[in-house]
Design a protein. Structure first.
Length: 464
């Protein structure tokens, strides 16, 4: 614990939804929900206007639609959000070399390590300056918490929402925490919270009164002792600048259960190639290939295979995932598939071509499990073909995605169906725009790129 509130926690306000409202003038001040739009989709983020109807993150999208039927429902644009996140993280990096990102929109900062704050006044000045800089750079707001520990800084930022700053004075921790729910403490999720409730502990002060021995008896030595210290306000976890990734994975939930074995195999191969794309983008390779299958009855199976050395070869990963699939019973249907790579390294096995050829040979041999036929021997360099632009009639005009029309300019998709797509033509700096409807194969309509939320003094884009 520090004697001065020099640990800062930033949490952007309803980040995905706020970014969409900033990009789309007609949605400002209205309920916006971002997430998967299929029957099994879940809410990623809801704007504050949507939250008034009871919509929240991780809620099934079908339930959100019942609660807020008139909200705007949009697919996520992760590339767009990531570009904004990079700018926010750059601002945090100017405050201190010790920045610990938790997600695209959340991070801890050690102000003392950056020399920008040694006391209460300096911390407040740094926090307010950060909020101003984020608004000027991205057009979005973030909430800031300041305290002498990570736990309390995060609690403070939650109390500051939306668009505020809260500082918790060191020495006031126990008084502040006492009446709050046990769920406010790190490591207390729904299961632990229910376990404590059944034992008669619902507030943080209840934990302190119960004592360390009782918590250890209920939760085990490590968890019980840690929880008791945090209930007293003690948290000496440092801000860690870099957190090594342990795995890279992708998964998809399907609107309708998959039954066809060939289709399931195709989906696994597609996920494997997406996973390798992320793996390469992060500059890693990996030794262990992991397949995740969630069946029709919600039972989840995980299978893994460890290679002789790390690889980022799409053919190797694809074939390994296919072999793992052969050992999984998909009778009855599959609702979710995932492919991951763990055991990460920053190098690859020297002879990737030999390893790829060996994987293809194994899959096509009589004793192999490559789907029952000879594997096509594709050179590793050709394993991931360049994506081709689909014909206009085959494009999916997902709600929220950017488009550009040869005559009307930039806009975004409001909806599509029955061979038509509805587009609202507006830009971040424009008034709410007009809505027009086109055939889905209109040759003058094409996918577009996100427009900048904020422009510099000379009209240059401040957000790419």
């Amino acid at each position: 614990m520090r004697a001065a509130p020099t640990i800062l926690h930033l949490d952007m306000d309803a980040f995905f939804a706020a970014a969409e409202q900033a990009a789309k003038p007609s949605l400002r001040g209205k309920p916006v929900v971002v997430g998967g739009l299929g029957p099994r989709g879940v809410v990623a983020t809801a704007s504050y206007e949507a939250r008034r109807f009871g919509v929240h993150s991780a809620m099934p999208m079908a339930q959100a639609r019942r609660l807020a039927p008139n909200a705007a429902y949009l697919v996520p644009r992760f590339g767009f959000y990531r570009s904004i996140s990079e700018q926010v993280m750059e601002l945090l990096g100017r405050l201190s070399p010790l920045v610990e990102p938790l997600s695209l929109d959340e991070a801890f900062v050690d102000l003392e390590a950056g020399g920008v704050a040694e006391d209460r006044a300096g911390a407040l000045e740094a926090g307010e300056r950060l909020r101003r800089d984020i608004l000027a750079t991205t057009g979005l707001t973030g909430s800031v918490g300041l305290a002498g520990s990570k736990m309390l800084a995060k609690i403070a930022s939650e109390e500051a929402k939306p668009d505020g700053l809260v500082l918790i004075e060191p020495g006031t921790e126990r008084e502040l925490l006492g009446p709050k729910s046990v769920r406010i403490l790190p490591g207390v999720g729904p299961a632990t919270g229910e376990h404590l409730r059944r034992a008669g502990m619902t507030t943080v002060s209840d934990l302190v009164e119960a004592g360390e021995d009782e918590l250890v008896r209920l939760l085990g030595r490590a968890h019980g002792a840690s929880l008791y210290r945090m209930a007293q306000g003690y948290d000496d976890r440092p801000v860690v600048a870099e957190r090594d990734a342990k795995s890279v994975s992708v998964e998809d939930t399907f609107d309708v259960d998959l039954h066809d074995r060939v289709r399931i195999r195709i989906e696994v191969e597609r996920l494997a190639e997406r996973c390798v794309g992320r793996l390469r983008a992060s500059g890693h390779s990996g030794r262990t290939i992991v397949l995740k299958v969630r069946r029709f009855d919600f039972s989840t199976l995980t299978r893994s295979e460890t290679l002789r050395g790390p690889t980022d070869d799409p053919l190797v990963v694809r074939e390994a995932a296919g072999r793992l699939l052969e050992g999984v019973d998909t009778t009855g249907g599959v609702r979710l598939l995932g492919v991951g790579v763990s055991g990460l390294a920053d190098y690859t096995q020297e002879d990737l071509f030999a390893q790829a050829a060996e994987a293809a040979e194994d899959a096509g041999s009589p004793g192999g499990s490559g789907g029952g036929g000879a594997a096509e021997e594709v050179p590793a360099a050709e394993a991931v073909p360049e994506p081709e632009e689909p014909p206009a009639a085959e494009r999916r005009w997902a709600p929220g995605n950017d488009v550009r029309h040869a005559v009307y300019g930039a806009g975004w998709v409001q909806g599509s169906g029955v061979g038509r797509v509805t587009v609202r033509f507006e830009e971040p700096q424009s008034p709410p725009g007009r809505v027009r409807t086109f055939l889905v194969d209109d040759p003058e309509l094409e996918p577009g790129e996100p427009l900048p939320l904020v422009r510099g003094a000379e009209g240059e884009a401040a957000v790419a």
